[in-house]
Design a protein around this ligand. Structure first.
Ligand SMILES: Cc1cc2nc3c(=O)[nH]c(=O)nc-3n(C[C@H](O)[C@H](O)[C@H](O)COP(=O)(O)OP(=O)(O)OC[C@H]3O[C@@H](n4cnc5c(N)ncnc54)[C@H](O)[C@@H]3O)c2cc1C
Length: 494
């Protein structure tokens, strides 16, 4: 082998010696092409040096940015803008504290932002965050693994915080940093005046706010982005939520995902809150035929949610017969940028759920909302320095969110399709967890909570063992028949 390599190197060396001129030309052309690509990218992403709207051109009654929606995306954006000394109006139709239907699982990138804002410390001090350790999943054939991940990861992969607690703290923190938080301000429309470079944002009661940049952060239905023509279709995903009273259930883990095969790639999840309370959610993820989430539709959601609590062999066992469960609530999921023509334009940015910044496989969007909100703030602060708020500058935001998390959306979408068509993949992962224990579970948790991108699955040290595990599972299930399907609904009590 060594001799063969030696020989190949010798041949290459000989070729270079004999074709010095050709090799020099090829090297020159390659370098020139690389340089041209670099220069083109720099030119495309560079913020122009000067624009007409310097800080002193802002009328005293106007804001540098008007943010519509004070959820995680809008409030984080407002916080970082205020910290950068920009003048911000944060408009919210509800008054805080307000509820938001959610699974409440806050992933690592969001935890880091909350810590930087000082909000995490407040949540911990008030016993409003539960950090996950014991967790795992139940695969479509009923193979399950529940282990602990904190020790292997050196930190909790996520924590659960009720949105009624999280959102008020983030929004009030933005206000403390200087943002002008206007509650009960339901925006009905916005118009842009090219001559002054200012937006006029109007509330349903007729109040008006003016600003240089409009930030749409009004959630998955994206009413404002739709009205302005940037969003062209309603969200296609949907999810339920029901809180379960502490001390009334049988759950002893912090977070488990259940993958009943009839609703793949969707899944159900139970997350533990402080005070032993639980959050039960059922996510339907768009996949396969248009209008469908695998083999089911939005109209199946209530049945799936209620049947799971009563008849699912794993979920009903975890919840138990005496659980006090809140009535089912549901809200939309706009995943992977679905329905958006763009996330930026002249003097305009669209962030969070309004831009469809939710992971297309997990349905998680708190962390992407916060990361996108921060990226939008950085972009606006840079534009404030240069005075150029045209699309040439606002597209910096798009480059930032793509680099942070958007680059992974295609892989998440592909993964959802694979899981829908080949559930054996999840069975193989669960079996592999049973074989390898918490090390494997921690790796999975890292990917599912966005500590690692989904493209991590493509790395050889992950892809090769996973391929072998799928092959092993296939042999066990389909050839030897040594593994039976354990995921059968319990008989209905009629
Ligand atoms: C049931 C369910 C479960 C989920 N589970 C998880 C999970 O476990 N983990 C996770 O990371 N993500 C989860 N998500 C996604 C997560 O909830 C969102 O990604 C996140 O809330 C996005 O934040 P946002 O600020 O962009 O939008 P939102 O949180 O929706 O905030 C938008 C804000 O805009 C306000 N608003 C709307 N219209 C107007 C208007 N006209 N004028 C003024 N204000 C307006 C709203 O009142 C709201 O406060 C779940 C979603 C659902 C539906």
């Amino acid at each position: 082998m060594a001799a063969r390599i030696e020989k190949a190197l010798e041949t290459a060396e000989k070729y270079v010696q004999e074709n010095k001129k050709t090799v020099a030309i090829a090297a020159g052309v390659t370098s020139a092409a690389l340089l041209a690509t670099y220069a083109y990218r720099r030119a495309k992403t560079a913020v122009p040096a000067r624009g007409p709207y310097t800080v002193d051109t802002l009328p005293t009654d106007a804001y540098d940015a008007v943010i519509v929606g004070a959820g995680p995306s809008g409030a984080v954006c407002a916080y970082y803008l205020s910290r950068g000394a920009a003048k911000v109006a944060l408009l919210e139709k509800e008054s805080f504290p307000r509820d938001k239907y959610c699974g409440d699982a806050v992933c690592t990138p969001a935890i880091r932002i909350l810590e930087d804002m000082g909000v995490l410390q407040e949540l911990i001090a008030n016993n409003e965050a539960h950090f996950a350790d014991a967790g795992g999943f139940v695969s479509p054939s009923g193979t399950s693994y529940i282990g602990v991940s904190k020790k292997k990861l050196g930190q909790a992969a996520c924590c659960a915080v009720k949105r009624i607690n999280l959102d008020v703290r983030v929004a009030k923190n933005a206000a403390r940093a200087g943002a002008d938080l206007k509650e009960n301000f339901e925006v009905s429309g916005a118009t842009f005046d090219k001559a002054t470079g200012l937006w006029t944002v109007t509330s349903v009661s007729g109040t008006v706010v003016r600003g240089r940049v409009l930030v749409c952060a009004d959630g998955a239905t994206s009413r404002l982005a739709t009205k302005l023509g940037y969003c062209t279709e309603p969200p296609k995903g949907v999810c339920t939520r029901a809180f379960i009273e502490g001390g009334t259930h049988n759950t002893n883990f912090d977070g488990v995902c259940f993958y009943p095969r009839w609703s793949l790639p969707g899944y159900a999840a139970i997350f533990r809150h402080p005070n032993d309370e639980l959050n039960f959610c059922y996510y339907l993820i768009p996949c396969g035929k248009d209008g469908y989430c695998g083999d089911v539709k939005e109209s199946d959601l209530a049945r799936l949610h209620n049947d799971a609590i009563k008849y699912d062999p794993f979920i009903s066992k975890s919840i138990g017969p005496n659980a006090k469960i809140e009535r089912m609530r549901a809200a939309s999921l706009r995943l992977g940028g679905q329905g958006l023509k763009t996330s930026y334009d002249d003097h305009l940015l669209i962030i969070g759920d309004a831009a469809g910044h939710i992971d297309p496989y997990t349905g998680e969007g708190i962390h992407t909302a916060m990361m996108g909100g921060k990226a939008a703030a950085e972009t606006i602060l840079a534009m404030r320095q240069t005075g150029d708020f045209s699309a040439r500058s606002t597209r910096q935001y798009e480059s930032k969110w793509r680099a942070l998390y958007g680059h992974d959306f295609w892989m998440s979408k592909a993964f959802a399709e694979v899981v829908y068509r080949c559930p054996i993949l999840l069975d193989a992962v669960a079996s592999e967890m049973q074989r390898k224990g918490d090390a494997m579970m921690a790796k999975w948790a890292e990917i599912m909570t966005n500590m690692q991108p989904k493209t991590y699955f493509l790395r050889p040290h992950v892809a090769i063992p996973l391929g072998i595990a799928v092959l092993r599972e296939f042999i066990d299930q389909k050839i030897l028949g040594t593994k039976k399907d354990n995921y059968q609904m319990l008989p209905k009590d009629k």
